[in-house]
Design a binder for this molecule. Structure first.
Ligand code: SF4
Ligand code: SF4
Length: 329
C-alpha cells in the first residue's frame, strides 16, 4: 500500500512524502487525542514555487506569493491531495484522518498568525488538540527544524508547506533527516524588515504580523507618504525599529491598508517571507540544496526604498492612492 500512497500523493502534487510510526511521538501527543489508534502519521510536503517569490524579490508584484504560495496550496492543492490519499487508504480498509492547519486557532493565548487578519483569530480557545505541524514534519522525515523553527527540506530548503494524515495502517517508517542544513548563520534574522526574530531564533509573532503586512516603508512600494501620520513613532515604525506590545501592534495593523488582502482570509505578504528567502539564498550559495536551477535566485543587490517621502510628506503620493485630477476619467 505504501507505494500506492506515494504514487497517489505525487500524482496530486505532493513533492515529498514521509511516514512516521507512532513510537516517534510522546504518549500525550495531540495525534493520540485526535485518533488514539494512530499507527502512522503520513507527511505530505509541497514546494512553494521559487518563481512565486520572484515578484517580492524584485519589488514588482506581491499578489502571487500569497494567492499561489499560501492560499492556493492551503485551500486547494493540499485538500485535493489529502482527500485522494485518504480515499485510497480507506479503500484498503484503514481509517484516514486528514490534518490541515487551522490558521485561526493559536497554540498560545494572545498570539497571532501573520498570514491572517488578527481580528479573525479565534480568541478564548487554544489549539490543545491541533497537531504540532512542525514536529510532525520532522518526525515524518520531511526535513529538519531550523534555528528559527522553520522546516528545511533537502531539496527546497524553507520553500515548503505541509499537511498530514493520521491512519491506523502500519506503514514502513521514513528515516529521520540527520544531515544539518541550518548552520546558525542568522541570515534569516538579519533579513527580517521588522526585527521580528530574536538572536536565539525565537519569533515575536506580533512583530512578524506587523512587518509581514508591510509596515516597513523601505520594503513596501505601496505605502503612501501619509502612512502612520497619527503615530508619534511613525519613522521608527517605517524603519522597522519601533518598540511595541501586542496592543500597539494591533493599532499599527489597523493602519495598514496599502494593499488589498487575498480572498478567503489571507493577508498579503509584503515582506515576502524575507527570512525564508535569505535562508534559501544562503543554502543555495553553499550548494547544499538538491533541487538546482540554471541561475541563482538572487543575482544582484537586494533593493530598499528611500524613506524621505514619509518624513517630509512632500513627495508624490503612491500611484495606488493618487486622487483623480478634475476632468480625468
Ligand atoms: S521576514 Fe517576514 S515572515 Fe519572516 S519574521 Fe520577518 S516579518 Fe515575519
Ligand atoms: S538563514 Fe537558514 S541556515 Fe541560516 S540560521 Fe537562518 S534558518 Fe538556519
Amino acid at each position: 500500500m505504501i507505494n500506492k500512497i506515494i504514487e497517489c500523493a505525487k500524482h496530486y502534487d505532493a513533492d515529498v512524502v514521509g511516514f512516521a510510526p507512532r513510537d516517534r511521538f510522546a504518549a500525550d501527543d495531540p495525534i493520540f487525542k485526535i485518533f488514539p489508534d494512530t499507527k502512522t502519521v503520513i507527511g505530505l510536503g509541497f514546494r512553494v514555487l521559487r518563481g512565486i517569490y520572484r515578484g517580492v524579490e524584485e519589488g514588482t508584484t506581491y499578489y502571487q506569493y500569497t494567492t499561489m504560495g499560501v492560499e492556493n496550496l492551503e485551500e486547494t492543492v493540499m485538500p485535493l491531495t489529502l482527500i485522494n490519499v485518504c480515499n485510497l487508504i480507506e479503500e484498503e480498509g484503514y481509517e484516514a484522518i486528514p490534518q490541515r492547519r487551522n490558521q485561526l486557532i493559536m497554540s498560545e493565548e494572545n498570539s497571532t498568525n501573520p498570514e491572517v487578519d488578527y481580528t479573525d483569530i479565534y480568541r478564548g480557545i487554544t489549539a490543545e488538540n491541533q497537531i504540532d505541524f512542525l514536529n510532525c514534519a520532522v518526525q515524518c522525515g520531511l526535513g529538519e527544524r531550523s534555528m528559527i523553527n522553520t522546516l528545511l527540506n533537502k531539496d527546497y530548503g524553507p520553500f515548503i508547506r505541509y499537511c498530514f494524515i493520521l491512519t491506523d495502517a502500519e506503514l514502513e517508517a521514513t528515516p529521520l533527516v540527520t544531515e544539518k542544513l541550518c548552520d546558525g548563520c542568522k541570515e534569516c534574522i538579519k533579513a527580517c524588515p521588522g526585527r521580528a526574530i530574536k538572536e536565539d531564533g525565537e519569533v515575536d509573532n506580533w512583530r512578524c504580523a506587523v512587518y509581514y503586512n508591510g509596515a516597513n516603508g523601505t520594503k513596501n512600494p505601496f505605502m503612501p507618504p501619509e502612512a502612520f501620520d497619527e503615530f508619534e513613532n511613525k519613522m521608527d515604525i517605517i524603519n522597522g525599529i519601533a518598540e511595541f506590545d501586542s496592543e500597539e501592534a494591533k493599532e499599527i495593523l489597523n493602519n495598514i491598508y496599502f494593499y488589498p488582502p487575498a480572498k478567503h482570509f489571507y493577508r498579503t505578504s509584503i515582506c515576502g517571507r524575507a527570512c525564508d528567502r535569505a535562508c534559501y539564498i544562503h543554502l543555495e550559495e553553499k550548494g547544499v540544496l538538491g533541487k538546482g536551477f540554471v541561475r541563482k535566485f538572487r543575482e544582484k543587490e537586494d533593493w530598499k526604498l528611500d524613506t524621505k517621502q514619509f518624513e517630509t510628506g512632500e513627495h508624490e503620493k503612491s500611484w495606488i492612492f493618487k486622487e483623480k485630477e478634475e476632468g480625468e476619467n
